[in-house]
Design a protein around this ligand. Sequence first.
Ligand SMILES: Nc1nc2c(c(=O)[nH]1)N[C@H]1C(S)=C(S)[C@@H](COP(=O)(O)OP(=O)(O)OC[C@H]3O[C@@H](n4cnc5c(N)ncnc54)[C@H](O)[C@@H]3O)O[C@H]1N2
Ligand code: MOO
Length: 419
Amino acid sequence: MVPDANLQDDVPLKPNLVTVAHAQYRVRAGALPVVTETVALNKALGRVLAQDVTATRDQPPFNASAMDGYAVRSADLARRVNPATLKLIGESQAGSAFGGIVHRNEAVRIFTGATVPRGCDAVVIQENTVAGDGTVTIQPDGLKLTRTHIRPAGQDFKSGEVLLKAGERLDPWRLSLVAAAGLDRVAVARRPVVAVLSTGDELVPPGGEPDGDQIFESGSHAIMALIKQWGGKAVSLGVGADTKKSLLKALKGAEADLIVTIGGASVGDHDLVKPALAKLGLDLAFDGIKVRPGKPTAFGQVKDGRRVLSLPGNPASAFVMAQLMLKAWLETSLGMPPRQDYAHAATTVAIAANGPREAFLRGTCSLSSDGRMQVTPFSDQDSSLITVFARTDALIHLPSGSEAKQPGDLVDILPLDRL
Ligand SMILES: Nc1nc2c(c(=O)[nH]1)N[C@H]1C(S)=C(S)[C@@H](COP(=O)(O)OP(=O)(O)OC[C@H]3O[C@@H](n4cnc5c(N)ncnc54)[C@H](O)[C@@H]3O)O[C@H]1N2
Ligand code: MOO
């Protein structure tokens, strides 16, 4: 059971908080225009196409044999009594076709992937034949010709066909399709540069020596990796101290399309990220989201045009907001269309009624005994828990004020892109 206390608020919610959908809309509106660059095919994994990929020839470009055997004229077999003996007049190999024409009662030895000779309309597999001296005898099973074993020209794709659209990400299988179209270079969207600044006097980089009141900085390691995974170039700005001066110094010189700050986003006396950004002329598209976790998330732009996403410091808050906001910004800046990624799964445990904030619970997916997708939320949904996120493979979406759920009820889930 995810307890009620995990989902209710004891803090008054500011009236200016926007919904997740509205925040995503504003984040997408603040995305970059796509800039095109050309990369070699072997460097294109994970890149997003900036132009459609169009076929310049048919695939296969010729009628191709699907089997090793003999290319024949089906009319010859229909006329013949069992077995049928045909004159062997040549051979067609993949990459080296038989150049002539096959006439009545003739056949050509053929191999998988080879061009079917002119005059032939079927291939008999060699298991149903007996080779003779300059002849081939088709056995009764071969005479039936239940399949032609011919792949017609253009079966896979035709010249002029759009094979992949601008905005599609090049995964291993799409890379293969680009190669099949004969291209060794592709036009892709330039990777947006995203600089990441962690903030807080309590943070010490891993490998350092923390005082008793300090912790290791961990949040940026997920955020930097996610930026790379989603197609951006991640630049670390390190850890900024809790002074306006230190934050301003780090932010001022950052060469980036988007600056992501982690922490210092809430209402405490040492939450100075927004005051520092104000010095750079921050114009906010929204300041706070009616969501749990991730409420103190803000997005906007500073005077010189750099976009800014301010994430809360609690790890789960930062990671959920990265999933919902940073990913949307990167994908739109890469020219990808907006996506609705929710799937459905049955919860294995009861979930209390949700409070006013839309919630994203951390959970793990599994298959039920009858093979259906099910999800189990972690019982402790505190947004500080790094161990929980390291085991999470889906976020469970509870709309604002949603009713309690019983085991077996369907819930919306957002699968994480775990490697
Ligand atoms: N009086 C109120 N207090 C808080 C409110 C509120 O509405 N009223 N909101 C709470 C919510 S919700 C959140 S979320 C947090 C977020 O606050 P900040 O963004 O200011 O985060 P910090 O205070 O800087 O840090 C919170 C927590 O996370 C740790 N942290 C921060 N950065 C990192 C990092 N890079 N790696 C690892 N851990 C990090 C930090 O040490 C703190 O423990 O505010 C609530 N407060
Ligand atoms: O719930 Mo805060 O909004 O992210 O911890």
